[in-house]
Design a protein around this ligand. Structure first.
Ligand code: 5RP
Length: 223
């Protein structure tokens, strides 16, 4: 099976976690796009969605799914999102699509985080994937030096030759060379650095369930 087919498989499998009459938390990325396409087949049975990015909002609306602002809803039963890496405890690296801040916000608003990913994303230790960190631009250079002190190398993410600007009008640093063996402690430490908006380690908002696309079908991991 191709990676694209595995993404379709887990996107469809995630429908099982969507309750009739609910508002669904929706993440961002190519795997979530498969989920959104699948969600459209049951749009008459849900009230709508809270989205983690402008890109997902556009896709949801184009398929006729009502999108609510996060402030209009108290708590969501479930949040469905992908990951760049997930470990065997459900901790993740996220933010490859630059949507990490809103993803963490919607995840925090949800009772259950269901991660959908193909098997290439499952790792023993987080850190091979460059860690995305959303930062306030004036702090970017100092934060890069703080990562260097931890052994990491931070690069400003570019788009069309200019710094990428997130949905929150901030920048992204991608940090290589880190081995994140204690995700909770790492997330806690980096989150306190002035100018860090969000670090792409999701340990406090880790997955409760991972639907992993494998050549043998969907494997369900419960954390
Ligand atoms: C976006 C994310 C995505 O969930 C992550 O990048 C995985 O994306 P994809 O499903 O395209 O591999 O965190 O900010």
């Amino acid at each position: 099976m191709t990676q694209d087919e595995l993404k379709t498989l887990v996107g469809q499998a995630a429908l099982h976690y969507v309750e009739d009459g609910s508002i669904v938390g929706v993440g961002t990325g190519s795997t979530v796009n498969k989920f959104i396409d699948a969600l459209a087949t049951m749009k008459g049975r849900i009230v709508g969605a809270v989205s983690s990015s402008l890109a997902s909002t556009e896709r949801l609306q184009a398929l006729g799914i009502k999108v609510f602002d996060a402030t209009e809803v108290d708590e969501l039963a479930v949040y469905i999102d992908g990951a760049d890496e997930i470990d065997h405890a459900g901790c993740m690296i996220k933010g490859g699509g630059a949507a990490l801040t809103r993803e963490k916000i919607v995840a925090a608003q949800s009772r259950k985080f269901v991660c959908i990913a193909d098997e290439s994303k499952l790792v023993t230790t987080l850190g091979n994937f460059p860690l995305p960190v959303e930062v306030i631009p004036m702090a970017a250079k100092r934060i890069a030096r703080q990562f260097a002190a931890l052994g990491g190398t931070a690069s400003l993410r570019l788009k069309d030759g200019a710094p990428l600007v997130t949905d929150n009008c901030q920048h992204i640093l991608d940090v290589t060379g880190l081995k994140i063996s204690e995700p909770l402690a790492f997330e806690s430490q980096v989150s306190q650095w002035p100018g860090v908006v969000t670090v792409g380690v999701f340990a406090f908002q880790k997955a409760n369930v991972c639907l992993l696309g494998t050549s043998a079908g969907v494997k369900t991991l419960v954390f």
